[in-house]
Ligand binder design. Structure first.
Ligand code: HEC
Ligand code: HEC
Ligand code: HEC
Length: 456
């Protein structure tokens, strides 16, 4: 009975299998995963995204580097069972409103309002290097496009460009008022170009302009730079002694997994033989917890269970211990267990999440990290990774401009902030599914695991 039904799932595809939940239930090898609503989070305090009341207002707490607390709980999130984003919506053109091009210009640059200049070039050098996810708008007013069309694009670009457009429905989502959009339209129509019809030159620095730039990927400094990496120093200071520290339960990691030996060329803080290659197989399916777990997720459960020491995710102790363990697999190819049906199911869920619109802005990971989205282009001065080509899961690493470690879940949480979306706790099972989807790509490509280490 088991085999044919599991086979059937393959024939029906995932959508068919979900529709026939009873069929999945009968397939003994695929287990219904736990959700973030059921999972008791072991994330560190600020990573939990708890909703609290401040001055009578419900807000979601977050890391100070993400800005002030916010709340977008009325919009879709990555939580299982979250509502879906509204469908494309045609605008009513407000012909009676008159646009002010000066106000429109300010609105286009306003970082709280878009910013449109994160993706589009206008004759202003404020975003560095200029965004090029969307078309250059420096001469859009010379093209004879109707006001109504421009209005409609800003109201909800999905009407013209389909669900895959990376541009958000700024009007339909309520982020821009009809008057503001009319102001933007008036400004756009004033951009005639110089010479007319041609994008005008804005600065002498050819790296600013997407048309003259000669680098594709900027060298901002490698977050994995082995020569001067505070992340390694922190790992040496925290995780190395922690490995042999006896916890309240009378055991240390070293008691069960062996001591840290002499370093070699790749495992520059010392070799732990039992851990060599382990991290390449994560995220891993744990039947007893009914979920995928990254090394970080697993340690948050395993350390207190075995040693009595708490290792909440996104805390330095967890991230440095994860680095120490991942370092044991440095430069080894990712080896996700692609044959495991529970891993396969997680990859499917992760792919669905990768394409799910979240937040008021209603964008998905795919709207920034695929070729059709912004992948390998510049958004807000940042180079966007393309999930099909670029390694995305080489975390944790030291983030110089924050002066702290960042792991992949903080990265997911951070990517949600401009979308006006509430984040999930860092150790949410849904985030583990997303991570599994990314690691599956890296496994299929033969990418090798990277983490901070010392110079050799
Ligand atoms: C995340 C990137 C992104 C942001 C932010 C963004 N856009 Fe766009 N925009 C695009 C892309 C990409 C297109 C082209 C359509 C496509 O490929 O889906 C586009 C198309 C347009 C067009 C039509 C251009 C043409 O050549 O026909 C206009 C006008 C426009 N955007 C204005 C705006 C305004 C105004 C804002 C701010 C409210 C904005 N965009 C914010 C990505 C973006
Ligand atoms: C009492 C013994 C014991 C202690 C103490 C202990 N572990 Fe474990 N550990 C185990 C066992 C047994 C497993 C295998 C569990 C499983 O696969 O479900 C394991 C699994 C692991 C794994 C995953 C290995 C894999 O192949 O997937 C990691 C990583 C790990 N432990 C790290 C640690 C760290 C870090 C500490 C200290 C905070 C620690 N362990 C403390 C017994 C222990
Ligand atoms: C609105 C665009 C946008 C969306 C949507 C978005 N990201 Fe990002 N993401 C970025 C930007 C910009 C960066 C680079 C920022 C930097 O390095 O400072 C980035 C970086 C990353 C990185 C690190 C890549 C690297 O090269 O180090 C990962 C991983 C990532 N995003 C995953 C995701 C996932 C998963 C989602 C969906 C849950 C997502 N992002 C949604 C804009 C976005």
């Amino acid at each position: 009975m088991k085999w044919p039904i599991c086979r059937l799932r393959g024939f029906l595809g995932w959508a068919g299998a979900v529709a026939g939940a009873a069929v999945v239930g009968a397939c003994a090898t695929v287990v219904e995963p736990v959700t973030s609503r059921e999972w008791k989070t072991r994330a560190s305090e600020l990573s939990q995204g708890r909703i609290v009341e401040i001055d009578g207002k419900r807000v979601q707490r977050r890391y100070p580097v993400f800005g002030a607390p916010t709340n977008f709980e009325d919009w879709p999130t990555y939580a299982t069972g979250s509502k879906t984003y509204f469908p494309p919506q045609k605008a009513q053109f407000p012909a009676h409103l008159k646009g002010d091009p000066k106000r429109g210009h300010e609105l286009l640059k306003n970082s709280a309002k878009g910013p449109c200049t994160a993706c589009h070039v206008i004759p202003d050098a404020t975003v560095w290097p200029a965004g090029n996810v969307g078309p250059d708008l420096r001469a859009i007013g010379a093209r004879g496009i109707s006001d109504e069309f421009l209005y409609q694009v800003i109201w909800d670009p999905r009407v013209f460009y389909g669900e895959e457009t990376p541009m958000a429905p700024f009007g339909a989502s309520g982020m821009w008022t009809p008057q503001e959009i009319m102001d933007a339209v008036a400004y756009l129509q004033s951009l005639k170009g110089n010479p007319p019809g041609q994008p005008e030159k804005v600065t002498d620095d050819k790296q600013w302009d997407p048309r003259t730039r000669d680098v594709v990927r900027p060298e901002y400094g490698d977050p994995l730079d082995p020569t001067a990496n505070p992340g390694v120093a922190l790992t040496e200071a925290i995780a190395v002694p922690l490995w042999s520290q006896t916890g309240p339960k009378g055991r240390s990691c070293a008691d069960c997994h062996g001591a840290i030996g002499a370093p070699d060329e790749k495992r520059t803080l010392g070799v732990i033989k039992s851990m060599v290659g382990v991290a390449t197989r994560y995220p891993k399916w744990f039947g007893q917890y009914r979920r995928m777990m990254s090394i970080e997720d697993f340690l948050a459960v395993h350390a207190p269970e075995t040693t009595g020491i708490e290792l909440p995710t996104q805390a330095d102790a967890n991230m440095t211990m994860s680095i120490l363990i991942k370092m044991q697999s440095y430069d080894m190819p990712y080896a996700l267990d692609l044959k495991n049906p529970n891993v396969q199911a997680a990859i499917k869920r992760g792919e669905e999440l990768f394409k799910r619109r979240v937040g008021q802005r209603g964008q998905a990971c795919m709207h920034c990290h695929t070729e059709r989205g912004g992948g390998r282009k510049f958004l807000g001065g940042r180079f966007l990774a393309d999930v099909e080509k670029d390694p995305m899961v080489n975390h944790p690493y030291w983030r110089t401009n924050w002066n702290q470690l960042i792991d992949i879940r903080m990265r997911f949480q951070w990517c949600m902030t401009p979308l006006r979306a509430n984040m999930l706790p860092g150790d949410a099972p849904e985030y583990a599914d997303l991570e599994t989807y990314l690691v599956a790509k890296q496994t299929q490509r033969g990418d090798r695991l990277q983490v901070p280490r010392l110079a050799h």
